[in-house]
Design a protein around this ligand. Structure first.
Ligand code: C5P
Length: 228
């Protein structure tokens, strides 16, 4: 059985490239993330097509707009039948997304603090909290707003898991098998460490898509996850 806790990020230039990777991965992966790179060039059709073939689909669109717009956008997005959607973890935005998904199986994840931001950047932007405190505050707000989970760094997963119910999703990018190139990821953990810290799903992009043998790379990660 394919481990659907492994989400491969389709951060690729075209939907043809994405389809080719899905084909190559075969049974090694059944859960795919489509983000803003593919959204304007066929990403929604790709989502429908992946769903029609039995895959799970995570739409990482990070919605952030006025509540009425987020609600209507979320309602439109439910038509693709995807499983997960991200919105920024601000209470009015989160509540609007929860309204918009009503009647569908779409689960809403809050993006707490982008991993690209550090404490000095948050201060400069006018926030009164450092990254870790802001993440925890937003986790509590996500729970209050009825979200299904959050996206967070694996290094925050343990502290988040301690304050949320077992079925609350913690989806972590920044996962690197031992020895893999970090790329621009800074706060990383291995697949085993991320799961042990309480992550429910791992989002992995380049260690799979840029591997010489993507199938073998995904299979090795799935094997490590099975042991965690
Ligand atoms: O680094 P990798 O290719 O595994 O990226 C997987 C996902 O991690 C990306 O689709 C993006 O959403 C997220 N990411 C991040 N911080 C970065 C780079 C990517 O959270 N610095």
């Amino acid at each position: 059985m394919t481990d659907r806790r492994l989400i491969t990020a389709l951060d690729l230039p075209t939907t043809n490239d994405a389809e080719a990777l899905v084909e190559t991965l075969g049974e090694a992966c059944a859960h795919y993330k489509i983000g803003l790179q593919l959204l304007p060039i066929g990403g929604m059709d790709l989502a429908r097509s992946l769903k029609a073939r039995g895959h799970d689909v995570f739409l990482d669109f990070k919605l952030h707009d006025s509540p009425a717009t987020v609600e209507k956008a979320t309602r439109s997005i439910t038509q693709a039948g995807a499983d997960l959607l991200t919105v920024h973890a601000e209470p009015p935005v989160m509540r609007a997304a929860v309204e918009g998904r009503e009647g569908s199986d779409l689960r809403i994840l809050g993006v707490t603090v982008l991993t690209a931001y550090d404490d000095p950047m948050l201060t400069q932007m006018g926030y009164a909290y450092g990254a870790r405190d802001l993440v925890m505050r937003r986790v509590d707000q996500a729970l209050d707003c009825g979200l299904d989970g959050v996206v967070a760094s694996p290094q925050e997963a343990e502290a988040i898991r301690a304050r949320v119910p077992d079925d609350f999703l913690i989806v972590t990018p920044g996962v690197r098998p031992a020895g893999a190139a970090l790329g621009d990821q800074v706060r990383v953990a291995t697949p085993e460490a991320a799961l042990k810290a309480g992550a429910s799903h791992l989002v992995i992009g380049r260690p799979i898509s840029q591997a010489d043998d993507p199938f073998a790379a995904a299979q090795a990660i799935a094997d490590e996850m099975a042991k965690a």
